[in-house]
Design a protein. Structure first.
Length: 317
């Protein structure tokens, strides 16, 4: 799906402040410029850019804008939205707080406010096709079959949804955690597809990058640890493969109190045997024999002979 299409979700209902034709007489080129001039980044934190400038907003206004950006592309109830963000306040207080947050958003949007935000006495509607939202772009690209689009999705996934963001309202926190987990799961699916694509193309360096990134999102995926161990082994990087096993073992023990699976242990032993076999080359054997010979000389004669010649043969220092 083209990115331009992923923002066009439904029509604007009548009765809203600033309502009218979606284009308001603007041509396609002008609309594209307007979209690009208003960017909302919610992956990895919160940023709203207006005409290239980072625009500050109060915490509850940020929460409101993020919720409206991900809500169904329909007008949202003022009462429901207010209770989501101000759960401990009365209905009248929460609706008053909602009005204040909307005023802050309108002030930040400036001349763009009526293009993007439609309100009436009962509802709020954020027109998502009038702005660029990274989450919408990410989801659109992530759900395609094209590997290039999936890679584009992961370029947009800069971190968890609203990473590090919290407000003191349990209903909003519940919604936030659900969206965060949903989007992280989608990112993991994308990375699994990319790992498979890279392995089939024998692009192991890229597969290793994708595998490490997946483990940063879910460090308890033992199957992914095994994949990374195998990738390192395929490149002859056995020390990293063995180190990855230890990381996997320690993570599972620390977080879950469980041991690694037999399949993981078998892969570890196989890699260890392979390293020992590879190190058993003729040159390395000669070096090992020389080392053993030197060690014997430094240690002195064999025990029986040392006893027989204790007066004439000095012991090693």
């Amino acid at each position: 799906m083209p990115l331009e299409a992923c923002h066009a979700r439904g029509n604007v209902g009548s009765g809203f402040q600033g309502d009218g034709d979606l284009t308001n007489g603007k041509n396609d080129e002008t609309m594209e410029t307007l979209v690009e001039n208003l960017r909302l980044n919610l992956l990895g934190g919160f940023e709203v850019h207006i005409a290239g400038e980072l625009t500050p907003l109060a915490k509850k206004a940020r929460a409101l804008l993020a919720y409206l950006a991900l809500a169904d592309a329909r007008p949202q109830s003022r009462t429901k939205t207010a209770s989501l963000l101000w759960a401990d306040s009365s209905e009248s207080q929460s609706r008053a707080s909602l009005r204040q947050a909307l005023m802050q958003i309108r002030r930040a949007l400036g001349a763009r406010a009526d293009d993007v935000l439609r309100t009436d006495s009962e509802s709020i509607h954020l027109i998502r096709d009038r702005m660029r939202v990274d989450v919408i772009d990410f989801e659109s690209l992530a759900t395609t079959e094209d590997p290039t689009s999936v890679r584009g999705a992961m370029e947009r996934y800069r971190g968890d949804f609203l990473d590090g963001f919290h407000i003191d309202s349990p209903p909003f926190e519940h919604w936030l955690v659900g969206e965060r987990e949903r989007l992280r799961a989608l990112a993991i699916q994308c990375l699994m597809r990319l790992i498979d694509t890279f392995q089939q193309a024998r692009e192991n360096d890229r597969a290793i990058v994708a595998t490490n990134r997946l483990l940063s999102l879910d460090p308890l995926r033992e199957d992914v640890h095994r994949t990374l161990m195998s990738l390192y082994r395929s490149q002859g990087r056995t020390s990293l493969a063995l180190k990855q096993y230890r990381r996997c073992r320690d993570a599972l023990q620390h977080e879950l109190g469980i041991s690694t699976e037999p399949q993981t242990d078998a892969l570890f032993r196989d890699i260890l045997r392979g390293r020992r076999t590879a190190s058993d080359s003729p040159r390395q054997r000669r070096a090992s024999d020389l080392s053993h010979f030197v060690h014997t000389l430094r240690a002195g004669f064999p025990l029986e002979r040392r006893k027989a010649n204790s007066d004439s043969v000095p012991t090693a220092a």
